[in-house]
Write a protein that binds this ligand. Sequence first.
Ligand SMILES: Cc1ncc(COP(=O)(O)O)c(C=O)c1O
Length: 445
Amino acid sequence: MAQVANAITLEKREIPGPRSAELLEVSREYEPPCMADQVPVVWDRGEGVWVWDVDGNRFLDFTSGVLVTNLGHSHPRHVARIREQAGRLMNCYSFPTPERVTLSKRLTDLLPDNIDQTFLLTTGAEATEAAIRIAKRFTGKHEVLSFYGGFHGRTYGPMSVAGNMNTKRRFGPQLPGGILAPFPYFYRDFYKSETEEECAHRCLDNLDRIIDSTSTGDVGAVITEPYQGGAGFIFPPAGWLKGLEAWARERGMVFILDEVQSSFGRTGKLFALEWEDLQPNMVCLGKGIGSGMPASALAGESRIFECMGTGEMSSTCGGNPLASAATHAVLDVMEDESLPENARRVGDYMMARFRALKENYQVLGDVRGQGLVIGLEFVLDRDKKTPAPELTSNLLLRAGEHGLLLGKVGLYGNVVRIAPPLVITEEQAGLGIDILDRALEELAG
Ligand SMILES: Cc1ncc(COP(=O)(O)O)c(C=O)c1O
């Protein structure tokens, strides 16, 4: 195991600390238990890639919340712009402001040429919900094709097209018209393909058969994430997205790309669609767009937006001047500090280190990623690939005790999500991997 370079990580800390334990008790009593399960650390403040808890412990953050704080915690330029705007104007509902209209233009200009309008909203689910509704109105068709493992948010529209029962179990009937097809997840391929290329081909080739068998002839839209986040950071083989786009176009379907998680530099490009020169008809943005300030957007073609009449869709806080100003600052910093490039560079370094770790630990079944979004899939045995959710939870706790905060995803809760803020340096990334290595050695060495 490499030497841990930073003294703070050598002290094993007790989590939760006493003040955290008190607040967790209040949380247990006064908050519903439905929120995501986390390592027991009560956050107090953050700076760049560092987070301090209410007991004064310092942690290296490999979560960015949930892939949100791409600029790092409380980036000074982001904070200054938010402070300035908060002192001037925070909300005016749908009255236009310079911040909102210039942001709509700025985002539109950054996206492919076919996209010529942007609708600013507040949450990721609001953007995917709007995309699904608008696509149904535009095409006059109610069926939507989506993919096994897909996650698009927790309101009824996105929930109904999710490919993961964990978000819809025991909520009764979903909206009608959801059609699901296998996503090319090579490590656990539905078609048991020999190569990634074959996996992508089979997933595309079988789409017509799936539609012919399950659709009433009314499919108007297709929605997918560029890589699946909640399902376990699953990256489709190169070419699958481009093939899907062409398939949808040939059939006159609206192609919706859900970049709520994958955009704003996360994969090493401002938008993940840039990797394959995609031209979706609508793109959903969220999370990193505000880097902590709640914001989202639905960008798309004006010929599609035209199907909506005045006042038919708006949002109390959508495009508010505070969130819009914050997003301008996010883009300024992304450009000035070349954060997508940094994500690519540090991400390559991290991938190489994780691939080396895979050689040492049999329980690390798969390592996959692009830029600063990397999934480590843990299994009990390499042959059967039996998911190891308990080991994964213990690993998160152990890493937390050594000063590294991690999250987990995956249908079976056995994928560690590595998603630090995009300002991370190679040295900080190496430190986090050393900690993870140490935690793994203690648990599975
Ligand atoms: C791909 C994707 N779409 C939509 C959402 C929903 O975003 P929000 O939680 O802001 O509603 C998420 C959140 O994790 C996501 O990852």
